[in-house]
Design a protein around this ligand. Sequence first.
Ligand code: NAD
Length: 322
Amino acid sequence: MKTALVCGAGGFIGGHLVRRLKREGFWVRGVDLKFHEYSETEADDFVIADLRDPYTVRNVIDRRFDEVYQLAADMGGAGFIFTGENDADIMHNSATINLNVLDTAWKRNIKRIFYSSSACMYPAYNQEDPDNPNCAEDSAYPAAPDSEYGWEKLFSERLYLTYGRRRDMDTRVARYHNIFGPQGTWDGGREKAPAALCRKIARAKPVDTIEMWGDGLQTRSFLYVDECVEGTIRLTRSGVTVPVNIGSDEMVSINGLAGIIADIAGKKIDINHIPGPQGVRGRNSDNRLIREMLGWAPSQPLRAGLEKSYEWIEKQVMRNAA
Ligand code: NAD
């Protein structure tokens, strides 16, 4: 039986990845600081551990797993990564996790390891025009990420690539672009735009006004979590040794995103634009490389994923209100 380790298995994407690997028949160990908030884990073994501690990591990585997925990170949406308040934690915690997991995997002679980088590592100067952002993989340098979160991702993806080049590991690096879906953080300060808007609209009256950070003209693309997991697995098992975008190329403004969610909810929503952290003006996944390298790219329409996400968040809102 094949074995996999999922670091960050108590989190949003890690939780979905564990489920997928179990469906494929893997024996799965999950590790996280906490159990999954919204569902019972399907991992065969779930270890509560702090991956910042190298001794703990040695105990967690106690065998030669066939596949290791490193998704653990100190992260959140704009309200967490763009205020500056959490910068030291983000840099220290995530870099320490990445150093520990990769080096321990190498010492255990593990070959295949996946690392989840982020589109936040792309230079801010290429993302000033909301209609024409450039996020092609080869546009990464000269580096100028707009947040410390992005700088840490850039450092860590380079770290993983060096172990691929110099230490004979099959390291695979994805640059995720805004992943969303059920069973992700939707409240509490670390949530991202799709979840925050679903929550606000679920709580709104049939005709109501919600608040939004910024003018809403900034653009993004959002990838449904099932396609993120599909891309992650395809990339991990491929021979691709360079970082690859895993994202949707269906770009939408944040006002447009709110409009789709309001339509799904069947509510008439006005927007009150208020100051708040926003990140770059425009971002979209460039999927030419993934299509060329893997012969596959995400294709589900944004609305289809939002329908499933809204339904799930609406249930959480109603449960909390009860
Ligand atoms: P998440 O916050 O839901 O999951 C990350 C998990 O890591 C959390 O459960 C957290 O408890 C765990 N963790 C943090 N510090 C830890 C520690 N010291 N020891 C053990 N576990 C620890 O985030 P997610 O959305 O599932 O993201 C997974 C990965 O993908 C992260 O590396 C993130 O940076 C990256 N990513 C996500 C997105 C997105 O839109 N969700 C976009 C780009 C990149």
